[in-house]
Write a protein that binds this ligand. Structure first.
Ligand code: 13P
Ligand code: SF4
Length: 329
């Protein structure tokens, strides 16, 4: 039977399972995807986990349900794999805030410094970066940088400021931010805490420092999920991050009350519009057509991979060497 005829009689989920087998593909999904996408995925995780999984898994085709920079990281680390995305327009405001020319001009002002760049950035920006970080390995990476080296941190100024303060390390910050996390309101969070005095406030470090000051736990999506999973003494959590994470939190702790931290105004702004561009239909279509693919120009990829490789090496406890200066040819 032709694929289109099968499609009309099968549920979308079973179509995806059949296509996965046919293509010898794995589906990786970020915690911010809709629950139905997380449920068809082989692995669900934070941005570090997805990059590592893409590298370790042997399947020749990886479909990444997340945003494009995440798929680009998988492609950079595993150039031999076919990397598919459900929607190639699924960007990220941090990538938009750090166009290559602007990042390069900023980087060139401090040639003696080491550029530490959040993975939420383009491959071009990674190519002028000394080491990448994710929110789950950033502390380890920064602690591995010699104390006498100046640090440039971009493009997320909130994550950068949080790390500077926590690690007592001066940094020069690039002025980018996540359009979703900056909308959480400190004033409303303060009021919500009064209504839920026993709740633990857990927040992603992309939130503004006015919000982070009220957080009991600050960490990457995986860290926030672990807190809900493992802190059984706490029955109520106020969660300051994108609402896709609630899917795994509810599964892990059906007994807990999970309250979304409020945003300014009355919008449903705690949804990432880019993550939410993906859906099951687009996943099925991508597996069927093997499009859209994420490809990075091989010359650019060679340069960009250096900063990701350094990140992976430090994450795995290996020592690395650092360039003395930024040389721009
Ligand atoms: P994590 O690295 O914590 O998964 O976060 C990625 C992200 O885009 C947060 O907005
Ligand atoms: Fe980018 Fe923010 Fe969306 Fe994360 S939540 S992908 S940082 S726009």
């Amino acid at each position: 039977m032709a694929l289109s005829a099968v499609a009309s009689t099968q549920s979308i989920e079973s179509r995806i399972q059949a296509l996965k087998k046919k293509r010898n593909a794995v589906i990786l999904a970020h915690f911010y995807e809709e629950g139905d996408i997380q449920d068809v995925a082989d692995h669900v995780g934070d941005s570090l986990f997805l990059a590592q999984a893409g590298q370790k898994l042997t399947a020749p085709v990886v479909l990444l349900a997340g945003v494009t920079f995440m798929a680009e990281s998988v492609k950079l680390l595993s150039p031999e794999k076919t990397v598919l995305v459900p929607d190639q327009n699924a960007g990220c405001s941090l990538v938009d805030h750090s166009p290559f020319d602007k990042y390069l001009a900023w980087r060139k002002q401090y040639p003696d410094a080491l550029a530490v760049t959040y993975v939420n950035s383009s491959a071009a920006v990674k190519s002028i970066t000394d080491v990448c970080v994710t929110s789950s390995n950033a502390e380890k990476i920064i602690n591995a940088i010699p104390k006498d080296r100046r640090i440039l941190f971009g493009p997320d100024r909130n994550l950068g400021r949080y790390l500077s303060k926590k690690l007592n390390r001066e940094m020069i910050h690039y002025p980018g931010s996540c359009e979703v996390h900056v909308l959480f309101s400190a004033r409303k969070l303060f009021e919500l805490k009064e209504l839920h005095p026993k709740a633990l406030v857990i927040a992603h470090p992309e939130c503004d420092e006015s919000v982070l000051q009220y957080a009991d736990v600050i960490g990457a999506t995986s860290r926030l999920l672990d807190e809900v999973k493992n802190n059984k003494a706490v029955k109520e959590f106020i969660v300051a991050t994108e609402d896709g994470i609630f899917h795994q939190m509810r599964k892990a702790r059906p007994d807990a009350v999970l309250v979304q931290a409020p945003a300014e105004g009355s919008c449903a702004c705690n949804q990432c519009p880019y993550m939410k561009m993906n859906n099951l239909e687009k996943i099925a279509r991508a597996l069927e057509t093997l499009q859209p693919r994420v490809d990075v120009d091989p010359k650019l990829a060679e340069k960009a991979r250096v900063s990701l490789d350094r990140m992976m090496a430090i994450t795995e406890g290996r020592t690395v060497t650092w360039p003395d200066r930024f040389e721009w040819a």
